[in-house]
Design a protein around this ligand. Structure first.
Ligand code: NI
Ligand code: MN
Length: 226
């Protein structure tokens, strides 16, 4: 499985030659100015919630690549009105079997208004299961006890967790989350992009280290293999 970081909470994950893109927010992100969104491959675009910093490039990316967008019902309706053709609507608790593996939508404690003020339904996280490994993409969320359900009923190899605090979990709560999901191999996201979520990256990695966990903070544009 290859993972490429496109900044903020946006990652490309390649599983079985299929390209998944999570929460595309690239062209408005000053930190990701070296990423050319027109070069990104996508077979599936997974959108955790409707906020601009998770959906900004979704319509253009979907139209260029013909990728299938996976999102909640309300975002499905909103994207349909903008001419996106391939959309698979889901909601929390639901699972779908796709050609690379399974995607299950899980609870996220956050909000989800769309950029034009339209109601965006409930925010979600995703659990992806495949023969190349299982992972949890938390989206924007607080620490919740529901995360224990993720750890108790399946094995997670690694997880993408928000660590920027203010709008989501911060580092300390993300470390507690690793206990809940029974997985200590974490890729950080949703930090440093704008003022409210600037963090001390070295301290974050050190805190995970002290807790016996691993926090990976990828460079924008970097690809790693799991
Ligand atoms: Ni958000
Ligand atoms: Mn966000």
């Amino acid at each position: 499985m290859n993972i490429t970081y496109y900044g903020h909470s946006c990652f490309g994950v390649e599983i079985k030659n299929k390209h998944l893109v999570f929460d595309p927010f690239i062209s408005p992100n000053e930190l990701a100015k070296n990423i050319d969104v027109n070069n990104i491959k996508a077979d599936y675009i997974l959108i955790s919630h409707g906020h601009e910093d998770h959906i900004a490039d979704a319509v253009s990316l979907a139209k260029r690549t013909k990728a299938t967008i996976i999102c909640n019902w309300e975002i499905y309706v909103w994207l349909s009105k903008q001419g996106v053709e391939n959309i698979h609507p889901m909601n929390i608790g639901g699972k779908v079997k796709l050609d690379f593996g399974n995607v299950k939508c899980v609870y996220a404690a956050h909000s989800s208004g769309l950029p034009d003020g339209t109601y965006g339904g409930n925010p979600m996280g995703f659990v992806v299961e495949s023969s190349e490994g299982n992972f949890y993409y938390a989206g924007d969320t607080a620490l919740t006890y529901d995360m224990k359900l993720i750890g108790e009923y399946r094995s997670i190899d690694f997880a993408f967790l928000p660590i920027g605090d203010n709008f989501t979990m911060g580092v300390d709560n993300a470390i507690i989350c690793t206990e809940f999901i029974n997985c200590g191999d974490i890729i950080g996201m949703h930090y440093d992009t704008f003022g409210f979520i600037k963090i001390d990256k070295e301290e974050a990695v050190r805190k995970f280290d002290w807790a016996g966990k691993r926090l990976t903070l990828m460079e924008i544009g970097q690809t790693l293999t799991k």
